[in-house]
Design a protein around this ligand. Structure first.
Ligand SMILES: [Zn+2]
Length: 276
């Protein structure tokens, strides 16, 4: 059977989202499917979700620490190798050149063949939800970083000073319930998706959250005859001349592990032992 965007298994996948729990609510079943098939995965979190608490007395710093721990635990459930926290303040994310440069840096560092992110323009969802502005800013920034900036040597040329060469992403999956053209079967990984979501203990306290995830995934799957699915807008980006004639990829060297600094210290890379 020929490969399709629904059956493709990335070698290296970078997921870029706004908040801890965005992946678990939206496309964690797909990430689990890919890591189980051998993909190496990295998450980039633009914010720490540090405004996601309603009880008085908790500071942004305390909230960020809790949410980084929860996100790292959720990533571990799915066999994700790294989680990068950019440390922008929750609720205030803007798609600007600084954010684009941070994301280009992560793309050139991790060298994914596949990038997954959030929808950049959806505002209204049904009659009862307005899509969070951080989600839209993140999605647009991730797409703008992916194409064409990450592959252009003369855009952010200072990154070459960090040893980061231009890199082309070939496959883009935008998680969406609108304009979907790809449905990925997560029937075998929905239980893992629910387990990962439940690691966000400070956010998810409904006893029926697993059932809600199943219901949403069943609605997606129904469109294409699957029990449970996640839906995406898939975009295939063109190969550059170098890639067309490139020899098989060699195994990339691993980045050193760093300890987690405080949220205000900026980007932090957390390596998860034992992952792909
Ligand atoms: Zn979110």
């Amino acid at each position: 059977m020929s490969e399709t965007p629904a059956s493709y298994i990335p070698k290296r996948v970078l997921a870029v989202v706004a908040h801890p729990d965005d992946i678990e609510f939206s496309f964690a079943g797909t990430i689990a499917k890919w890591t189980q098939a051998g993909a190496t995965a990295c998450y980039v979190l633009c914010t720490d979700g540090d405004a996601g608490f309603t009880q008085p007395g908790i500071t942004r710093r305390q909230a960020a620490e809790i949410r980084r721990i929860e996100q790292t635990a959720a990533a571990k459930v799915l066999g994700v190798r790294e989680v990068v926290f950019l440390g922008y303040p929750d609720g205030l994310l803007v798609n600007n050149l600084e954010l684009r440069k941070h994301l280009v840096r992560q793309i050139r560092r991790f060298k994914p063949d596949t990038l997954v992110t959030l929808h950049p323009t959806v505002v209204f969802v049904g009659d009862g939800y307005i899509n969070h502005p951080d989600h839209r800013a993140c999605g647009q920034a991730a797409l703008d970083a992916t194409f064409p900036a990450a592959a252009m040597r003369l855009v952010f040329p200072e990154l070459e000073g960090e040893g980061l060469e231009p890199h082309r992403v070939r496959h883009v999956y935008v998680s969406t319930w609108h304009e979907a053209n790809t449905y990925i079967d997560i029937t075998d990984t929905i239980d893992l998706k629910i387990c990962a979501l439940k690691e966000h203990k400070s956010q998810v306290n409904r006893h029926d959250i697993g059932e809600r995830l199943r219901q949403w995934a069943a609605e997606r799957g129904k469109a294409v005859g699957l029990t449970y699915a996640e839906s995406f807008r898939y975009i295939a980006l063109p190969a550059g001349e170098a890639e067309k004639h490139a020899p098989p990829e060699e195994e990339l060297e691993e980045e050193p592990c760093e300890e987690v600094p405080g949220p205000e210290a900026g980007p932090a890379v957390i390596r998860i032992a034992g992952s792909n």
